[in-house]
Design a protein around this ligand. Structure first.
Ligand code: PMP
Length: 604
């Protein structure tokens, strides 16, 4: 079996790896009986925090907390000093010319919005062009779209090749005297491509444009030197650099920041306020209205210090070795297809399982059952996913604390998932073959099966009311003590779903807001005024299970009973609210909304 393949792939662990890993409380082996230790492979979303960072934030709260820049008392001055020292640490880390060029924001998203709102609105006019790339995260697309809508500017997009690399010739052709800004990521969060930012910036400058680099996915993986790369703006988030959430940085060259209007108005960003006129503070305060995230800045400084104590080059080298090993292991899993094979890649492994098809949602959910955390979905890169012709991928992303054992557990689990899917697919096709064998004597001439004539069986009510059905399932759930057992029950429910004819899987029946593909056909029961019934289907087994649950509760029930039923309370009662991600619940919410719409219409 594939899970047993342990190839001898050269992999040289970072020598101090065990000591590094020991510093992350969340990654420590669980006490006996508390389950397997965590394999955390979603660091591109957020890295875990080492003890030093947790302690720095806690110490700040315990011993130094006060509002900054205002108090004459010692405590406030200490807090101010810590906050401004954090800014100096950031400047040193990215080699900014001075700390004042480093603005604290909530993160990359806010940093980009700040530039779009202030520099963009002050400088762009109709017909000006902004160049983005196909690899961008929504946070480096939508702010520019908002700006384009407000100013009449035009967005152009650098295309990519099959490996997920930017096509630089096409980029050069997009550049013109109309280009005012090139905004691209340093590393793609969805595919891991490392972009040649220095070259891209130089070309932008040669065309007379500015360059903003979204460094969210680079900052923790290699040396950042904003002056060497000559970036006009550079952005990153603390929570992808072993630091806290809610804190990030916008680096900007002083001459640009000085000329930009403020972002938000409020305390701390002013020089003088009268009702007639306000003058603004200098950098960096002009862009930091209100009380900032002081403990976040302190935590970020601790994270930077921690990263520097290992060396960001060391971290990058360790991740490269692991990426190489992981790539080799994943490529040995039949039916698994890697997305993103750029020559220069950071520690991101995006993949889909196509043979047999396993939805990425099921991959993520099944890995979670084995305490392995990966991200699934479109990764906030819907234009890229559309370009690749897929709804999403499963993504494993690496950090300094990952080791060979993490990759082995991932690869073994994936091989097992594929193997099980293959067995299920074979069993299903055997059952299908037996069925068609037993139909062998039927007349060859089959009746016309247009949509109207399909004799579709919609599920009838399973109890007298949704409440009664809910009580029954809740009783059942209470016998299933943990999520793995509940998950298994849902998968079994999904297996028993009444089939939804392909003819009903229309655009009108497509449900938005799900990570998987979901169709739902809701109707009033023929011959009845207010009985609602529905069929639905999904490519994800877990969603099929949830559909089965909804059918048990709602299908065949009266419109008024459906409207009166509190679904949220029910999900909380059976504990599913703890195990279902918001996006899946959004999909569920969309299904429930469809039911309710028809129920409302039926009541009039
Ligand atoms: N850009 C990229 C490339 C990212 O990966 C992310 C986070 N996934 C962001 C921007 C947004 O970062 P944040 O949510 O911290 O603002």
């Amino acid at each position: 079996m594939n899970a047993l393949i342990q190839p001898e792939i050269a992999y040289q662990a970072y020598p101090g790896l065990d000591a590094v890993r020991d510093q992350f409380p969340i990654l420590q082996p669980q006490p006996r009986g508390a389950g397997e230790s965590l394999v955390f492979l979603d660091s591109a979303a957020s890295t875990q925090q080492p003890e030093a960072v947790i302690a720095a934030s806690a110490d700040y709260h315990r011993f130094h907390h006060a509002n900054i820049h205002r108090g004459v008392y010692q405590l406030s001055q200490t807090a101010t000093r810590l906050y401004e020292q954090a800014r100096a640490s950031v400047a040193d880390f990215i080699n900014a010319a001075e700390p004042a060029e480093c603005l604290f924001t909530r993160g990359t998203t806010e940093s980009i919005n700040l530039v779009a709102s202030t520099w963009g609105r002050a400088n762009l006019k109709a017909g000006d062009e902004i160049i983005l790339s196909m690899l961008e995260h929504h946070s480096n697309i939508v702010p520019w779209q908002l700006l384009a809508q407000a100013t009449g500017a035009i967005i152009k997009v650098i295309p990519i090749n099959d490996a997920g690399e930017l096509l630089l010739d096409a980029y050069r052709q997009l550049l013109s005297s109309r280009t005012r800004l090139v905004a691209i990521n340093h590393v793609s969060n969805a595919l891991g491509t490392i972009n040649p930012v220095q070259e891209i910036i130089a070309e932008a400058h040669a065309a007379g444009a500015l360059a903003l680099i979204d460094g969210a996915q680079w900052i923790a993986h290699g040396v950042t030197d904003v002056r060497a790369m000559n970036a006009d703006f550079y952005t990153f988030s603390g929570h992808k650099l072993y630091g806290p959430t809610g804190i990030g940085v916008l680096y900007g060259k002083r001459w640009l920041l000085d000329a930009m209007p403020p972002y938000q108005g409020g305390g701390d960003m002013i020089e003088q306020v009268t009702f007639a006129e306000t003058t603004y503070a200098g950098l960096p305060n002009k862009f930091e209205a209100g009380t900032p995230h002081i403990s976040g800045a302190v935590g970020l400084a601790a994270a930077i210090e921690w990263v520097q104590s290992i060396g960001v080059e060391q971290i990058g080298a360790h991740e490269q070795a692991l990426l190489h090993y992981a790539t080799e292991r994943l490529l040995q899993i039949p039916g698994l297809e890697l997305k993103g094979t750029a020559q220069h890649k950071s520690g991101v492994l995006s993949f889909v399982i196509t043979d047999p098809p396993v939805s990425t949602l099921d991959v993520g959910t099944q890995l979670d059952l084995r305490s392995i955390c990966v991200r699934t979905g479109h990764h906030c890169c819907q234009p890229l996913m559309a370009h690749l012709g897929i709804a999403g991928t499963a993504r494993a992303s690496l950090a300094v604390y990952n080791n060979r054992n993490d990759i082995d557990r991932l690869a073994d689990a994936l091989a097992d998932i594929v193997e099980r899917a293959r067995r299920t697919a074979t069993a299903k096709s055997d059952r299908g073959a037996r069925k068609s064998d037993s139909n062998r004597d039927l007349p060859v001439e089959m009746p016309d099966r247009s949509m109207e004539s399909v004799d579709v069986a919609y599920p009838a009510a399973t109890a007298d009311s949704p409440e009664a059905a809910a009580d029954e399932t809740a009783d059942l759930f209470s016998l299933l003590p943990d999520w793995p057992m509940r998950h298994e029950y849902l998968i079994e429910l999904g297996d028993k779903l009444p089939p939804m004819p392909e003819a009903l899987k229309t655009d009108a029946n497509y449900i938005r807001g799900c990570q998987s593909t979901v169709h739902m056909a809701v109707r009033r029961k023929p011959g009845s005024a207010d009985i609602i019934e529905f069929l639905a289907d999904s490519d994800a087994n877990i969603v099929r299970g949830l559909i089965g649950l909804l059918q048990r509760i709602f299908s065949g029930q009266s419109a008024s009973a459906i409207l009166a039923f509190d679904v949220d309370a029910y999900f909380a009662r059976i504990g599913l609210d703890r195990n279902l991600s918001l996006s899946r619940r959004n999909g569920l919410a969309a299904m429930i909304q469809r039911l309710r719409e028809l129920a409302r219409q039926s009541i009039g």
